[in-house]
Design a protein around this ligand. Structure first.
Ligand code: BTN
Length: 247
C-alpha cells in the first residue's frame, strides 16, 4: 500500500450517511492518511446543495483525511487539482476519453463518472486539515437522481470491477500525485491538469449572467478561476458556479 496510507486507519463502515461527515465522529488526532470507506453511503453530499447518488455495493465512495499544512489557503486549488488528476488517471486505466471538467468533475466523453468534495479547515493563512471525499461510479447500471448525465465504468466498458481493488488502485494514484504537491511541483501539476481539461482550447457554448455565449477556455488561474475568451475577444474570469457548460 502507498506510504501515505501505510499503517494508517482504514475505516470500512457497513453503512453511513456520508463518508465526509464520518470524520467528525473520529478523534481530533486521527492520523493523516486515514480513509473512511463504505459500500453503502445513504446521504452522499455533492458540491453546494447537490446529492451524490450511489447504489449499495456498486460504487466507490470514500474520504481521506489530509493535513497539507504546507499549503497556503490561496493555494488550496492545487489540492483539488492533484486529486482530480489521480481520479482521472485511475479511470484512464480502463477507458479513454477521460477528462476533468472544471473545476473537478471527472468525465468520460460528455458524461460524469466521478465527483470530488474537498472540505478544508483553514488556520490563519494555512490549510489545517482537509477531508477529501471521492465518489466514482463503478458497477451501477441505472441512475435515478436528477444529476445531469451520470455514467459508470461498467456502462462504458461492459465489465464488472472489484470495488476494494479499485480503492487500492486509486489510493496508490493519490499518493503519487500528492507527493508532487508535497514537493510543491506546481509546474508538473498545472501541465497535467491542463492536458486533462475538458474543452481546453475548444470553441464551445457557455451560459453566464443570463446569456449564452461562445468562447474558448484558455487558462485556469492558480486560484481556480476559469478564463474564457469569448467570440468578441473579451477575456472573462469565472468563479465556481458563475458559468455553466452548454451541450
Ligand atoms: C460532486 O460532484 O458534487 C461531488 C460529489 C462527491 C461525492 C463523494 S462520495 C464520498 C464523499 N462523501 C460524500 O458525502 N460526498 C463525497
Amino acid at each position: 500500500m502507498a506510504e501515505l496510507f501505510k499503517n494508517k486507519l482504514v475505516f470500512n463502515i457497513a453503512e453511513t450517511a456520508s463518508t465526509n461527515d464520518y470524520f467528525s465522529k473520529l478523534p481530533g488526532d486521527t492520523p493523516e492518511g486515514s480513509v473512511v470507506y463504505t459500500l453503502n453511503q445513504t446521504q452522499g453530499r455533492g458540491l453546494g446543495l447537490n446529492r451524490w447518488e450511489s447504489e449499495p455495493n456498486k460504487n466507490l465512495t470514500f474520504s481521506i483525511l489530509l493535513r497539507p499544512r504546507f499549503l497556503k489557503a490561496f493555494e488550496q486549488f492545487y489540492l483539488l487539482k492533484v486529486i482530480a488528476i489521480a481520479v482521472a488517471d485511475f479511470i484512464s486505466i480502463y477507458t479513454d476519453k477521460v477528462s476533468i471538467k472544471w473545476p473537478n468533475d471527472i468525465y468520460v466523453s460528455e458524461k460524469k463518472i466521478a465527483g470530488i468534495l474537498i472540505e478544508n479547515s483553514i488556520d490563519r493563512d494555512f490549510i489545517k486539515q482537509s477531508v477529501v471525499g471521492i465518489g466514482v461510479n463503478i458497477n451501477q447500471k441505472l441512475f435515478y437522481s436528477d444529476a445531469p448525465d451520470p455514467v459508470s465504468l461498467t456502462q462504458v466498458t461492459h465489465q464488472e470491477y472489484d470495488i476494494e481493488q479499485c480503492l487500492q488502485t486509486v489510493l496508490d494514484g493519490i499518493e503519487k500525485q500528492y507527493s508532487l504537491l508535497v514537493a510543491r511541483d506546481f509546474k508538473s501539476i498545472d501541465s497535467k491538469y491542463m492536458s486533462l481539461l475538458f474543452r481546453f482550447n475548444v470553441l464551445a457554448k457557455y451560459f453566464a449572467k443570463g446569456k449564452i455565449f461562445t468562447g474558448t477556455i484558455v487558462a485556469v488561474e492558480p486560484t481556480g478561476e476559469l478564463i474564457i475568451v469569448d467570440n468578441e475577444g473579451t477575456t472573462r474570469h469565472f468563479l465556481f458556479k458563475e458559468v455553466s457548460f452548454m451541450v
